[in-house]
Design a protein around this ligand. Structure first.
Ligand code: FAD
Length: 382
């Protein structure tokens, strides 16, 4: 009998969890799937600000990968991948173990960029990734700085100008006050190197965002390139200083180190270049999906919506390379619905350049996020 091909999915993010969901509903799988992940839980970024701001319990943004893989009939390996060998067709873990594959898909996401920043006080920085441990690292940092602060006011900052940074900045004060008391004097600053926040937002949306941040007590510092994280302050390239005892680092996406070790073409940020079928390497077949891959002909922003939409194409193409059938191509949508949780029971939305906000917008975001998570959790037997 012919050997069952082995498909290895590295990283359990937006695309690969979608593939596991499809696998759950397949009666006679044509390949064996192993999901390799560095954490036993997957964390959904769309809900992180809501969890931080106390709108959701933490469990709502987390997926237990052991039960997800079990219900999909897939094998789960929790370990840190150190190297991918395209000659011998295996991946190697940091503990030296290796795992062979016939077809590989890489979906390890991205990490916030920290290039050219001198970290004199690294313990005062909390990067958003790994997202699974973000809340624990943030709380440990808050406990430390609140316990040892010398002034009555606590200054914290978020570095980054994207939608995630805006949401985190809105949610930080409610989180700190819920943990450490409503009386705490707090100063939250959002710091971005761009001349305005989320430069790709329509001007009307940007105005709504600016008003929302102001009403949440968040100061915004633009055109601010952080060059050094010093003790209690961020130093900027133009000589300004932003007081910050603890800084959430949520800058633009760059490639995790594992991607740079892969012997395939990369884009300028180190992400793996793929063709329109999401394939990065012909033989052995290697796909790169979500933030980890960049379509050479049609690069799109690094956002979860693209990673989710790639699921159908990857699912088809995993079967197609094994069966020798034609592969499907992925076309990123030109615009997508942006929904920004402002942490006060309201949200700001933008669709095709038009912006809107209010409680119904928050309810829409809430419904979309809950539906997404419940689809990942639902059992194959209904
Ligand atoms: C605060 C915040 C809010 C955001 N909100 C939105 C939003 O509302 N809408 C939107 O479209 N996008 C949003 N984004 C962006 C979105 O999170 C990413 O684009 C999306 O997560 C990419 O999905 P992915 O599957 O490529 O990677 P991820 O979802 O990051 O998954 C990658 C997985 O790979 C694992 N991994 C990493 N390295 C290894 C390794 N070496 N070995 C094994 N496993 C590994 C990680 O643990 C992780 O589980 C937000 C980002 C942030 C930071």
């Amino acid at each position: 009998m012919a050997r069952v091909p082995r498909v290895v999915l590295v990283g359990a993010g937006h695309t690969h969890t979608g593939v596991l969901t499809r696998l759950r509903h397949q009666r006679r799988p044509v390949f064996h799937v192993t999901c390799v992940t560095d954490h036993a839980l997957a964390a959904y970024s769309g809900m992180l600000p809501g969890v931080l701001g106390g709108q959701y319990p933490r469990s709502l943004m987390e997926i237990d990968l052991a039960s997800m893989c079990a219900s999909a009939g897939a094998e789960l390996i929790v370990g840190q991948v150190e190297h991918i060998n395209l000659i011998q067709c295996h991946i190697r873990f940091t503990d030296g173990r290796t795992l062979p594959f016939d077809v590989l898909s890489i979906g390890v996401g991205s990490v916030p960029s920290m290039d050219d920043v001198e970290m004199t006080a690294p313990e005062q920085v909390v990067p958003t990734k790994p997202m699974q441990t973000f809340l624990d690292r943030l709380d440990a940092g808050l406990d430390r700085v609140i316990g040892s602060r010398v002034t009555s006011e606590l200054a914290i900052a978020v570095v980054g100008g994207g939608l995630g940074s805006i949401e985190l900045a809105c949610a930080l004060a409610p989180h700190v006050r819920a943990r450490h008391g409503a009386h705490l004097a707090l100063r939250v600053t959002l710091v971005t190197r761009d001349s305005r926040l989320s430069a790709d937002l329509a001007p009307s949306t940007a105005r709504r965002v600016a008003r929302a941040l102001e009403s949440r007590g968040v100061s915004v510092v633009t055109a601010a390139r952080v060059t050094r994280v010093a003790d209690g302050a961020l130093e900027l390239a133009d000589g300004r200083r932003v007081p910050s005892a603890l800084t959430v680092w949520a800058t633009g996406a760059t490639a995790p180190p594992i991607l740079r070790t892969l012997d395939v073409p990369h884009d300028a940020r180190g992400f793996v270049l793929t063709n329109a079928t999401l394939r990065a390497h012909l033989d052995p077949p290697v796909f790169a999906v979500g933030d980890a891959g960049t379509l050479a002909e049609d690069p799109s922003p690094k956002a979860g919506v693209y990673a989710v939409r790639q699921t159908d194409v990857l699912w088809h193409n995993l079967h197609a390379v094994i069966d020798g059938r034609p592969l499907r191509t992925f076309t990123p949508q030109r615009s997508f619905l942006r929904l920004i949780n402002t942490g006060d029971g309201r949200a700001i939305g933008e669709w095709k350049g038009r912006s809107f906000e209010g409680r119904p917008v928050w309810r829409l975001k809430d419904r979309i996020d809950r539906r997404f998570m419940s689809r990942l959790r639902e059992s194959p037997h209904g």
